[in-house]
Ligand binder design. Structure first.
Ligand code: ZN
Length: 683
C-alpha cells in the first residue's frame, strides 16, 4: 500500500549561502595512479584516467573544458527529477557537513556520513539501481540534533519556514519507510505513476497520463517527436498541464547555465557543422521544442568525424516508470584512435550482420545506415552518467532518426579499463567460475571478449531491426527497456560465436567467444543477484534483460542439457555443455524479441520478462549473497571525475587546461554543491 502524501508542500526559497569558487578537492599524488578511491556499503568508487589528453590541441582542450562545465551545470536537475525532496535534503546535509560543530568521531555521525555518501552516489535518497529508499543508519532523533546544532543561517529554509518545520518535513521523508518507498515502481498491476517517487508526474494516475499522451499522438507521422520527453505532467485545477524543461520554464536557472557554457563551446568547436549542431541544442534548451530536439539529434548523429564529442540533454527514460520522460545526462569525450579501428571493422560489416541476423527477414533493415562506432575516452561525467557511468552508449533514441540517419555508438575505453584493472585478483572469478579451465579462459580473453560484446551490442545490436508499419514505438511500456537491452545483448552473443568474427580478426579464436558465453551465463544465472536484497525481485532493466535471456535459454535447452546447474561442496555452479546449441538458442530468442518489438506485442514481451527476468529463487539468492559477502566486495561501481582547470595568461586568455585526479569523493560532491547548484529545490 502506498500512503498518500501527508507532508505539506512548502514553496522554498533557498538563501544563497554557497561560497562560490571554493577550492577543488585535494589532488591525488601525480606519480602513482591508483584506480581505487574508496568503498562504502555496496558502492566502490574508482577514478579514471585521461590518456592522451596532453597531446590534444589547445583548441580541443578548451572545447573539452567548456563542454565539461556544461556537463556539471545541470546536476541539480537530475536530483529534482529523481525525487522532489532530494535537493532540500542534499542542501541540508551539505550544511551539516560544512557547519556542524559537534563530535564527528561517534558512530552516529559516521553513519550519517555513509548515508550522505550513498545519497551523493545515487543523486538522491533512493538507491540508483534497486530504486529502494535508503534506510538511514542513525536515529531520527540524531538527525534533529545535527540540524539543530548546525549554523541555522546555512540551512535551506523555505520562506517563513522554521528549523523545526524543516526537521519535521525531512524526518518524515527520510525516516518513514512507507513514504516514497521506491523511486521507480515497475511491479505488474501497480499504478506505476502514483506509486513511483520519481518526479515526472504530480497528482495524476497512470491512466490519466496514458490518456493525455494518447490524445497527443499524431497518427501516421513518419517523424514523430518523443512525446513527453522533456516535461513534468501535473494536474492543475483539474487540468493536465506539461511543465516544460527549458530556459524560463521548469529547471530554467540550471538550463541557462548550461546554455552559457555551450555558447563558449561554440567559439572553439572543431568544425562548422559542430557549431551549427550546438546552436540547435541551445535553441532547443531555450524553447523546449521537441521538433528542435530531433533536428539537433539529426545534426549530432551526422557529426561523426570530430575528435571531441559530448552528450548533453534529457535522453534516457529508464527512471520514468512509463518510459517516456527523460533524465538529464551529460558526458564529454574524445576519440581513442587505436581502439576505434576495431569498431570500424564492425561498422563496415554492419549490413552483413543485419542480413545474417536470425530474425524474421521482414523485420531486418534493408539498409543499415551510418552505424558510427567509436571507442572514446571520457573527460567528464555528468547528470545521470555520474558517478555511476555507462560502459557503452548508442544514441539518439528516436527510432525514425536511427532508421533514416543512423546512430552514434561509443565504447568508453578508459572507464572499462578502470573497471578491469581494479577488479583483477579480487577472488570473485575463482569463487563463482565452474572450474579452473573457465578461470583460465576468462583471464586470458575477458578484456577482448568484453570489449567486443559491448561493441556489437552498441554498434549493431541496438541499431538493427525495424518496426512493422504502424507499430506504436511506446507499445512495450515498462518492458521496453529490458527487452531492448536483451535484443542488443542477444545480437552480440549470437554473432560472437560466428566464424566471421574470427575472419574479421575481432576475436583470436573460438575460446574467446566461449569465455564470453561463460561470463554471461554465470552472471545472468548466478552472480548478478548479489546486487539485490533478500526477498526482492529484479527491477533494473539491464538486470531483467540478463536474467530473462539466461533463464530462457536454460529452460529451452534443458531437455538437451545445453546449460546445467551443478553442486560442488554444497555450492552452486553453472556449466555450458554445448556452446553451439546455446548459440542457436540465443538466435531463437533474438528472433522472438525482435518480433515482439516490431509488432509492439506488449503481452508477448511481458511474458518473456515476467516469466524469466524478474523472480529470484530465494534459496539460490541466499547462497549467492553469503558467498559474495565473504569476498567483501562492493557490487556497484562509480567514479570521481578528474579536475580540469584552465591555465590563464595575464590577459585572461586560456593557454592550457590542466588535468588533476582526486581521491576525495565527498570533497568533489561538496565542491559541485557549492559551485554548480542553480536550483532551489522548491516543491
Ligand atoms: Zn544497451
Amino acid at each position: 500500500m502506498f500512503s498518500k502524501l501527508i507532508i505539506p508542500l512548502i514553496m522554498m526559497i533557498i538563501s544563497v549561502t554557497a561560497c562560490k569558487n571554493a577550492k577543488q578537492p585535494v589532488p591525488a599524488s601525480a606519480d602513482e595512479f591508483k584506480y581505487f578511491v574508496e568503498q562504502f556499503e555496496d558502492i566502490r568508487i574508482l577514478k579514471y584516467k585521461l590518456p592522451g589528453f596532453d597531446s590534444l590541441s589547445l583548441q580541443q582542450k578548451k572545447y573539452i573544458y567548456y563542454l565539461s562545465q556544461a556537463s556539471i551545470a545541470g546536476r541539480d536537475i537530475l536530483w529534482d527529477q529523481n525525487f522532489r525532496y532530494n535537493l532540500q535534503i542534499r542542501k541540508t546535509i551539505e550544511a551539516i557537513i560544512d557547519n556542524y560543530s559537534g563530535d564527528k568521531e561517534i558512530s552516529d555521525y559516521k553513519a550519517f556520513i555513509v548515508y550522505a555518501k550513498r545519497m551523493f552516489f545515487a543523486n538522491g535518497i533512493h538507491h540508483h539501481y534497486s530504486s529502494d529508499k535508503f534506510k538511514p543508519g542513525f536515529p531520527e532523533a540524531y538527525f534533529k540534533v545535527l540540524v539543530k546544532e548546525t549554523d541555522q543561517s546555512k540551512l535551506p529554509l523555505a520562506k517563513g519556514q522554521t528549523v523545526d518545520q524543516l526537521i519535521s518535513v525531512l524526518s518524515a521523508v527520510m525516516f518513514d519507510e512507507k513514504l516514497f518507498a521506491r523511486k521507480v515502481e515497475l511491479r505488474a498491476g501497480a499504478d506505476l505513476v502514483a506509486e513511483s517517487a520519481s518526479n515526472f508526474y504530480e497528482g495524476v494516475t497512470q491512466k490519466e497520463v496514458e490518456g493525455f499522451y494518447k490524445a497527443n499522438v499524431v497518427t501516421n507521422d513518419p517523424h514523430p517527436v518523443s512525446l513527453g520527453l522533456n516535461s513534468k505532467l501535473v494536474k492543475d485545477k483539474g487540468k493536465l498541464t506539461e511543465e516544460i524543461y527549458k530556459s524560463g520554464g521548469k529547471y530554467g536557472a540550471a538550463i541557462d547555465n548550461i546554455i552559457q557554457w555551450l555558447q563558449k563551446a561554440i567559439s572553439v568547436a572543431e568544425t562548422d557543422s559542430q557549431k551549427k549542431e550546438l546552436g540547435l541544442l541551445i535553441e532547443y534548451y531555450k524553447t523546449g521544442d521537441l521538433k528542435k530536439w530531433d533536428e539537433y539529434n539529426v545534426a549530432w548523429a551526422k557529426n561523426t568525424d570530430s575528435m571531441v564529442d559530448y552528450i548533453n540533454g534529457f535522453i534516457e527514460t529508464y527512471e520514468d516508470p512509463l518510459g517516456m520522460k527523460a533524465t538529464w545526462e551529460a558526458i564529454v569525450d574524445y576519440t581513442d584512435l587505436e581502439a576505434t579501428k576495431r569498431t570500424k571493422i564492425i561498422t563496415e560489416n554492419a549490413q552483413w550482420f543485419e542480413d545474417n541476423s536470425p530474425i524474421e527477414p521482414r523485420y531486418r533493415k534493408e539498409k543499415v545506415t551510418g552505424v558510427a562506432a567509436k571507442v572514446i575516452n571520457i573527460a567528464m561525467l555528468g547528470g545521470d552518467c555520474y558517478p555511476a557511468s555507462p560502459l557503452g552508449i548508442n544514441l539518439p533514441n528516436a527510432d525514425w532518426i536511427r532508421k533514416e540517419v543512423g546512430s552514434k555508438s561509443v565504447t568508453l575505453a578508459n572507464i572499462t579499463n578502470a573497471y578491469d584493472v581494479a577488479s583483477q585478483g579480487n577472488g570473485f572469478l575463482e569463487e563463482f567460475a565452474a572450474d579452473q579451465a573457465e578461470v583460465e579462459r576468462i583471464k586470458k580473453y575477458e578484456t577482448v571478449a568484453d570489449a567486443l560484446h559491448t561493441d556489437l551490442h552498441e554498434c549493431v545490436g541496438h541499431a538493427s531491426g525495424k518496426l512493422a508499419e504502424g507499430t506504436d514505438p511506446n507499445a512495450l511500456k515498462n518492458y521496453a527497456s529490458a527487452l531492448e537491452e536483451a535484443r542488443a545483448d542477444l545480437f552480440a552473443l549470437y554473432f560472437m560465436m560466428d566464424k566471421k568474427i574470427i575472419e574479421l580478426g575481432l576475436l583470436p579464436n573460438e575460446e574467446a567467444a566461449k569465455a564470453a558465453y561463460d561470463a554471461y551465463l554465470r552472471n545472468g544465472l548466478l552472480t548478478q543477484i548479489v546486487r539485490i536484497k533478500p526477498g526482492k525481485n529484479i527491477e533494473q532493466a539491464h538486470m531483467r534483460n540478463r536474467s530473462a535471456v539466461c533463464h530462457w535459454v536454460y529452460e529451452k535447452g534443458k531437455s538437451e542439457n545445453v546449460v546445467e546447474f551443478f553442486m560442488k561442496y554444497s555450492k552452486t555452479y553453472v556449466r555450458i555443455n554445448d556452446y553451439q546449441k546455446l548459440r542457436t538458442l540465443f538466435g531463437d530468442l533474438l528472433k522472438e524479441i525482435q518480433r515482439v518489438k516490431s509488432e509492439g506485442d506488449f503481452e508477448g514481451g511481458k511474458k518473456i520478462i515476467e516469466d524469466y527476468g524478474v523472480k529470484i529463487d530465494p534459496k539460490l539468492h541466499a547462497e549467492m549473497l553469503d558467498r559474495y559477502a565473504r569476498l567483501s566486495l562492493a557490487p556497484y561501481t562509480g567514479f570521481v571525475n578528474p579536475m580540469l582547470t584552465p591555465v590563464y595568461d595575464p590577459d585572461g586568455a586560456i593557454t592550457d587546461v590542466k588535468v588533476e585526479y582526486t581521491n576525495d569523493f565527498l570533497g568533489q560532491m561538496m565542491y559541485y554543491g557549492k559551485n554548480y547548484s542553480f536550483l532551489s529545490g522548491s516543491n
